[in-house]
Write a protein that binds this ligand. Structure first.
Ligand code: PAF
Length: 274
């Protein structure tokens, strides 16, 4: 893998990386397409990264299907598939981590305290191994995009970070590998997430400026669904992720949420700019 990438770089080609945990779906295909637009050689990594899962999370049952992923990658014209093993990425005695302080301990970080340390560490390793010019991530993981942009700036990685738009099912549910865990009732109820986010946007466009009022309304809408259990609904500055109490013109805001449906925890978000 490294030889092909090195040779392409030597010939002046732009390398685009799409880091994934596999079980590829339409969302990943859109990231690959974006990478194709900005680069000559598209590398997709598939690695279910153990360090971003807490012991009580779904690392063992996280969906995996390498044969299917290989076929999909081929069908969408991926040039190089990088599929390292755990021992390759985390050799015995591994003890060096990348931590983006502050940003990693709010929102998702409150519920998953070691998650972004795992993400930043594996993404830093992928950047060092592949040395891409650009890397594409899904905007569904808005905080992950913010943490990675921050890390790239702080540690001078020189990789352009592209956040690609969320791809949704017909009823608005954001596409995610974890959606397959949902029972039919949970799957039906989960469409409320995007509906509630759109209502939030409508409220803001209609003149509401208090974040607390927006969050209250989103929570009220989600609670109409029997199987939904809210972890959080939040309104933050879309870039710095600082909490916002009153919305201002020309400052994009991120409305994000995490909601559990049975054992499945889903996240979603929308960015609103007045
Ligand atoms: O978004 C993901 O799939 C993962 O967090 C990533 C970026 C591939 C790191 O393991």
């Amino acid at each position: 893998m490294q030889m092909i990438v090195r040779e392409s770089r030597r010939r002046g080609k732009r390398i685009g990386l799409v880091p994934t945990m596999g079980f590829l779906h339409e969302g990943h295909k859109s990231l690959i397409q974006k990478a194709r637009e900005v680069s000559d050689l598209v590398v997709v990594s598939i690695f279910v990264n153990p360090t971003q899962f807490a012991p009580n999370e779904d690392f063992d049952r996280y969906p995996r299907d390498m044969e299917r992923d290989k076929a999909i990658s081929e069908s969408v014209g991926v040039d190089v598939l990088f599929t390292p093993g755990v021992e390759e990425m985390y050799p015995a005695g591994f003890s060096t981590y990348v931590v983006s302080e502050g940003m990693s301990s709010i929102l998702e970080g409150k519920f998953r305290p070691t998650h972004f340390r795992g993400v930043a560490t594996i993404v830093a390793k992928l950047f060092l191994i592949i040395q891409p010019d650009a890397a594409v991530f899904g905007q569904k993981d808005a905080q992950q995009c913010a943490v990675i942009k921050h890390m790239v700036r702080d540690l001078n990685f020189g990789v352009a970070i592209i956040a690609a738009p969320i791809v949704r099912e017909d009823d608005g549910l954001a596409i995610s590998s974890r959606n397959i865990y949902l029972s039919p009732e949970e799957r039906n109820d989960a469409a409320i997430l995007f509906y509630s986010l759109r209502k939030a946007e409508e409220m803001i466009r209609g003149g509401e400026r208090y974040a607390a009022a927006v969050m209250r309304e989103v929570e009220k809408i989600i609670r109409t669904k029997r199987t939904a259990m809210i972890d959080y609904v939040a309104v933050n500055d879309a870039e710095s992720l600082t909490e916002i109490s009153e919305l201002q013109k020309e400052k994009p805001v991120l409305i994000s949420l995490a909601v559990r449906f049975g054992k499945t925890r889903l996240i979603d978000n929308i960015i609103v700019q007045l």
